[in-house]
Design a protein around this ligand. Sequence first.
Ligand SMILES: NC(=O)c1ccc[n+]([C@@H]2O[C@H](COP(=O)([O-])OP(=O)(O)OC[C@H]3O[C@@H](n4cnc5c(N)ncnc54)[C@H](OP(=O)(O)O)[C@@H]3O)[C@@H](O)[C@H]2O)c1
Length: 294
Amino acid sequence: MNIQGKVALITGASRGIGRAIALELAHRGMQRLILVARDRQKLAEVAQQIEAMGVATTVLALDLANPVNVNIAIAQLWRNDGPIDLLVNCAGVAYQNSFLQSKLPQVQEELSVNLMGMYTLTNLIARRMASQRQGTIVNVSSLMGKVAAPTMATYSATKFAILGFTQALRQELAPYNIRVVALLPTLTDTDMVRDLKLFRWVVPMTPEKVAQILITGLQKDTPEILVGWQSHLAVWCQRLSPWLLEQILQLATPSAVEKQPQESLIKSFRAKIHRFGDWLLSGNMASFVFARKT
Ligand SMILES: NC(=O)c1ccc[n+]([C@@H]2O[C@H](COP(=O)([O-])OP(=O)(O)OC[C@H]3O[C@@H](n4cnc5c(N)ncnc54)[C@H](OP(=O)(O)O)[C@@H]3O)[C@@H](O)[C@H]2O)c1
């Protein structure tokens, strides 16, 4: 996608990854940026930074969990600011809990912002993109949309759903010359993760790095943009040996969150390694080797 002179709408632009994407797009020559989130003051601060680079902005303080307001705002926006070339669905919320202690209002918020908010906005904008026969939509999922993690069940569910939604739209909107892409960040240093108990061995990235990887990915023809080597490693590990990844995830789950005692996990991990070794030396493997020789 050629970014120069285009118009983009970014949700979650008041902070974190959305803000970094907005700044990076401005830096790469976008003509106008429409910044969406609830906090008008923070949006105005981001807009000021962007306008200092000579790029026009529109601030839209909007709760994406309120579909009626989103409908009204987008209709007005299209009349005043004209067509949108790029939509980045980045707004999201995440809560961490042992599933047995999960709280319904938090689950409902994750579903209504991460999924219904994305659905409402995408539906409104994709229809308009279809009539202009061009556009690009980026849906921000997560590595947790590929590899579900204990203590983040509903969040992972929304991020898996975003990948399914993206895959279906990619095929359905292609005849209208609309490209639909998923961005899968790994752990990123933003407000979202400040209150979370972090998984062991995961090194956070900066939001600026995530934004740069998105722009590079948009210039290629990739349907899913994975961020960071840890994501590539996790996805490969899941393909080749899902049970091994599951054991690693269990060991990496933060200890303050209720889970199986560490000792029993290590025991079950050792048992599985032994079983794998036994299988390698078993008659099955021997007959496989024998069959290949004959
Ligand atoms: N940080 C990570 O480790 C990580 C990893 C993988 C994927 N992601 C994904 O990346 C995206 C951005 O996350 P982040 O880390 O940048 O989080 P963040 O710093 O907490 O920012 C979240 C953004 O979403 C907006 N938002 C939340 N609820 C909203 C609502 N009801 N209506 C409109 N806007 C709303 C917030 O703005 P207001 O509060 O002003 O409304 C804010 O701009 C999310 O989709 C997240 O799932 C993050």
